[in-house]
Design a protein around this ligand. Structure first.
Ligand code: NAP
Length: 248
């Protein structure tokens, strides 16, 4: 396979890093996006380069994806470095949980900006490139919470549900240009995000998983690799739940 390029947002750790490593191991060049200069991005770069096969190259690109100008500049830099973009994985996301009665406007706005506005910013920046190439894949990481809701997460659930509507609409807009647009809805995956949950909450979630194991970031990475592959070329506007049937 010639080295197609994939941008993965929020890839310094967790699910994003697993997605980046999974693509690198399948011979894709990786534009590894990170936000915080806290050292995790260096370890991520090293891990992703170690996983890379078939001459795939990996580079770091700093941008806060909630900011449109930073997304635009990053996409230009990726094209300058790699010459094109085959796939975008919108993975960056945060939680700022709390019951609505106690949720501040800042908590609500921050989650919408990081989780939803980022998907608009990045999709808007890559769409002209993919349209010109008449090919491409846009994959966004939503959540089972965006489908079923969850007490204490009105902001997060709203952002993730909106990604599903965004995906279906964009798929209809750009399907004729050979671009597919899909979402993945993870269930309970072991990362820093879920590590913050209390033991009781973790146990309650675990008890609802039909497959009787907590998901691994690689479970999501495998689904993303499939959706980006030629095998998935007739799949668009879909939300693929990867959740061990937590959502039933
Ligand atoms: P994580 O371990 O907390 O990692 C999230 C990454 O996103 C961090 O590297 C973070 O960087 C980055 N990020 C956040 N906001 C950003 C921004 N504005 N610009 C650039 N990067 C940004 O979380 P995770 O569990 O891997 O989650 C990844 C995605 O999966 C999220 O969209 C999450 O909502 C979704 N998801 C996770 C689960 C789960 O069980 N873990 C379930 C369903 C869905 P900083 O360090 O700079 O903040």
């Amino acid at each position: 396979m010639s080295n197609k390029t994939v941008i993965v947002t929020g890839a310094a750790k967790g699910i994003g890093l697993a997605i980046a490593c999974g693509f690198a191991a399948r011979g894709y060049n990786i534009a590894l996006n990170y936000r915080s200069d806290n050292g995790t991005q260096c370890a991520a770069l090293e891990a992703c380069r170690a996983a890379a096969k078939d001459g795939a190259e990996v580079e770091l690109f700093r941008a806060d994806v909630s900011k449109a100008d930073e997304c635009k500049a990053m996409v230009e830099a990726v094209i300058a470095r790699f010459g094109g973009i085959w796939a975008l994985v919108n993975n960056a996301g945060i939680t700022r949980d709390g019951l609505l009665m106690r949720m501040s406007e800042e908590q609500f706005d921050e989650v919408i900006a990081c989780n939803l506005k980022s998907v608009y910013n990045m999709s808007k920046a890559v769409t002209p490139v993919m349209t010109k190439a008449r090919a491409g894949r846009i994959i966004s990481i939503t959540s089972v919470v965006g489908i079923y809701g969850n007490a204490g997460q009105t902001n997060y659930a709203a952002s993730k549900a909106a990604i599903i509507g965004f995906t279906k609409s964009l798929a209809k807009e750009i399907g004729s240009r050979g671009i597919t647009v899909n979402c993945i809805a993870p269930g309970f995956i072991e990362t820093d995000m879920t590590d913050a949950l209390g033991e009781d909450a973790k146990k309650a979630l675990y008890d609802r998983i039909a497959l009787r194991r907590i998901g691994k970031p690689e479970d999501i990475a495998n689904a993303a690799a499939f959706l980006a592959s030629e095998d998935a070329s007739y799949i668009t506007a879909q939300t693929l739940s990867v959740d061990g049937a937590i959502s039933l």
